[in-house]
Design a protein around this ligand. Structure first.
Ligand code: CDP
Length: 228
């Protein structure tokens, strides 16, 4: 494929954004960036250090001490989140982090910090980035924008299965409550709430397999990349 572009994938919690974005990046030979992992890693830092994300002084100090980067796991070839040199890819998926991440991600200064880092990663294009505000705030001029949705019951089931694998003590109710709470906070916060960008194409994957959703997304990308 010719000139490299930016593909954004936004949507509600647990609707399969990262599965699709990762597969799409692989198919296009692009870099996949999980912006949610950055908010999760920041949240982990606050929790571990007993810091208050509603105190501007503590936020400023924390952000000065946080270094985030992604590294490819040589075995799985997956990109993994590192916080101050530590691989936190696994621990940031814990329910303890999930329960607080939307509150942390609603703080203006924290968003500015993450968005600046995300925009830097996209300078050379050739990326697929998933999140909540990627097509609206991070890359408003992205060439391809996908907005994913799926029925809530399906999203809860999928995330429950994923979390149960790592933690058999988790309940479906806990996962449901968390997804509903995050969707509410993410959609109603003041700064960059979750919104479909006007030029985003909706992809509902309630009834699609992973392969089918990839095919649908590739069609969207190809449609937008037709030479003028
Ligand atoms: O669980 P899921 O994969 O759907 O979420 P995630 O992508 O890991 O994101 C975790 C949380 O980070 C979201 O619930 C949002 O509060 C926040 N987030 C955000 O505010 N903006 C982004 N671009 C990505 C994530």
């Amino acid at each position: 494929m010719g000139k490299k572009i930016i593909v954004t994938v936004d949507g509600l919690s647990s609707c399969g954004k990262s599965t699709l974005a990762r597969a799409l990046a692989k198919e296009l030979g692009y870099i996949y960036i999980d912006s949610g992992a950055m908010y999760r890693a920041i949240t982990l830092y606050f929790l571990r250090n007993n810091l208050n994300w509603n105190d501007p002084r503590q936020v400023e100090e924390a952000l000065g001490n946080i270094e985030l980067h992604f590294e490819t796991n040589p075995v799985t070839q997956r990109s993994e989140m590192h916080l101050n040199g530590e691989n936190v890819e696994y621990i940031i998926r814990d329910i303890v982090v999930a329960e607080k991440v939307s509150e942390v991600a609603a703080v203006k200064e924290i968003r500015s910090f993450a968005v600046a880092a995300q925009q830097k990663m996209g300078e050379k294009k050739g990326i697929v980035m998933d999140g909540r505000d990627i097509g609206t705030t991070v890359f408003p001029k992205a060439e391809v924008k996908i907005f994913m949705t799926a029925d809530e019951a399906v999203r809860v089931e999928r995330r429950f299965a994923e979390m149960y694998d790592k933690n058999p003590n988790i309940t479906l109710e806990e996962v449901k409550t968390n997804i509903e709470l995050r969707d509410y906070i993410d959609s109603n916060r003041e700064v960059s709430p979750l919104r479909k960008a006007n030029d985003a194409i909706v992809l509902d994957n309630t009834h699609l397999s992973e392969k089918e959703q990839l095919q649908a997304a590739l069609k969207i990308v190809q449609g937008r990349m037709q030479p003028a």
